[in-house]
Design a protein around this ligand. Structure first.
Ligand SMILES: Cc1ncc(COP(=O)(O)O)c(C=O)c1O
Length: 388
């Protein structure tokens, strides 16, 4: 068998045997708190639409109007003719909201993270990353010419020791960790960076919109300002795309040297218009964050005693199952109850840490969260009875 065919066949076979093959399930209609998969209806506890904006009527109307004005595509990369007044306005809105000199727009958070690390790092540099950072960051650090060190999750002492031994560099952490829902000790990390002459980059994909005053995110809540802040538009803001916020000179550097920016078709202009509108809703509709807090309280008070419960201060609520088989049978059980909550398995999380990643949205009701809690309890009860 030719090289690539045999490689593909054996890799897929391995995933299948380990019970780790992922499947694509097409969702019918919009991705809201109610979804239809294979003609069955579910309450959706697996989206990152924390503020419930992904299907918002005002945003849909904004998109339609923007298409009439700007057309469908951006038709070129930003430095050619792909950059429009819609992009310009989004950049200004981001800077005003988050208090930075400049914002550089990217087509996705994955691309933004890779763009920054590839553009910034040279052979003589050190990069220090939290062990649980997103795949886009860890991969870019590994592939960059710099030397990468990974510090144990949220462990600022180990970070300090690593920098002490290897020298100043770029420290990268998430604001809210995507699979665990916990927050980084940003004030301590920034203090460490200042003492040891490092730059700090925060990926706040899951904190932006959800935490802080006007949803300004993890950094505002921790009263810090990193040199580089990456925010995504595809989670709490309900749209798609990303931006890196930074100083004017860093932005100019990224626009010159970041290949993901220079050599990629610009974000759709209508999308830029919608993200600008989504930011306005995020800033002004505090009730969405209040509703999330109430739901988080309901979830914790109903499930706090269960063995899989993990306490978090964010709408990401991992429910630990342990083995891959147990996570899969829990997800299957929840589906039978009309609840969609995806099992997250290795290699996305460590072996033995398979989980159900429950996420709450401002569009959920207390009754829906109570039903989820009741179903998780029933599963645990049945498993305990069966000795599983
Ligand atoms: C922490 C983190 N950073 C970056 C990304 C990538 O963002 P995007 O989905 O916009 O590519 C994700 C997405 O899952 C994420 O969780």
């Amino acid at each position: 068998m030719p090289l690539f065919e045999s490689r593909i066949t054996s890799a897929l076979q391995q995933r299948r045997e380990q019970g780790l093959l992922r499947t694509l399930s097409p969702v019918h209609g919009g991705n809201t708190t109610q979804i239809k998969v294979a003609k069955q209806s579910f309450t959706n506890f697996s989206s990152n639409d924390y503020l419930g904006l992904a299907n918002h009527d005002a945003l849909k109307a904004t998109w339609k109007t923007a298409v009439d004005r700007y057309g469908i595509g951006s038709a070129a990369s930003p430095m050619v003719t792909g950059f429009s007044y819609a992009h310009h306005e989004l950049q200004d809105t981001l800077c005003d909201w988050l208090g930075f000199e400049q914002a550089v727009l990217f087509n996705s958070g994955f691309s933004a993270n890779q763009a920054v690390l590839f553009a910034l790092l040279e052979k003589s540099d050190c990069i220090y990353q939290d062990k649980l950072n997103h795949a886009s960051l860890i991969e870019a650090g590994l592939l960059s010419p710099a030397t990468q060190f990974r510090f144990p999750h949220n462990n600022t002492e180990r970070l300090h020791d690593l920098i002490e031994r290897n020298g100043a560099g770029l420290v990268v952490t998430e604001g809210v960790f995507s699979m665990d829902g916990d927050r980084a000790p940003l004030a301590n990390i920034q203090a460490q960076c200042q003492k040891q002459n490092c730059w700090l980059m925060v990926d706040d994909a899951h904190g932006i919109g959800v935490l802080g005053k006007e949803g300004k995110g993890s950094c505002e809540e921790s009263l810090i300002k990193p040199q580089l802040l990456m925010v995504t538009f595809g989670k709490a803001l309900g749209v798609h795309g990303a931006a890196v916020l930074c100083s004017s000179s860093t932005a100019e550097y990224l626009r010159q040297y970041a290949r993901n920016f220079v050599y990629s078709t610009a974000m759709l202009p209508a999308q830029a218009v919608v993200v600008t509108k989504a930011i306005e809703l995020t800033r002004t509709q505090q009730w969405r964050r209040d509703q999330l807090s109430e739901l988080q309280h309901t979830y914790s008070s109903l499930l706090g005693d269960l063995p899989g419960y993990i306490d978090t201060q964010t709408p990401i609520k991992p429910y630990l199952a342990g083995s891959t088989d147990r996570a899969m049978s829990l997800a299957c059980y929840l589906r039978q109850q009309g609840l969609w909550a995806t099992a997250i398995r290795p290699p996305t999380v460590a072996q033995g840490k398979a989980r159900i990643r429950v996420t709450l949205s401002a569009n959920h009701t207390v009754e829906e969260v109570s039903k989820l809690a009741q179903s998780l309890k029933q599963f645990e009860y049945q498993h305990a009875k069966e000795g599983g």
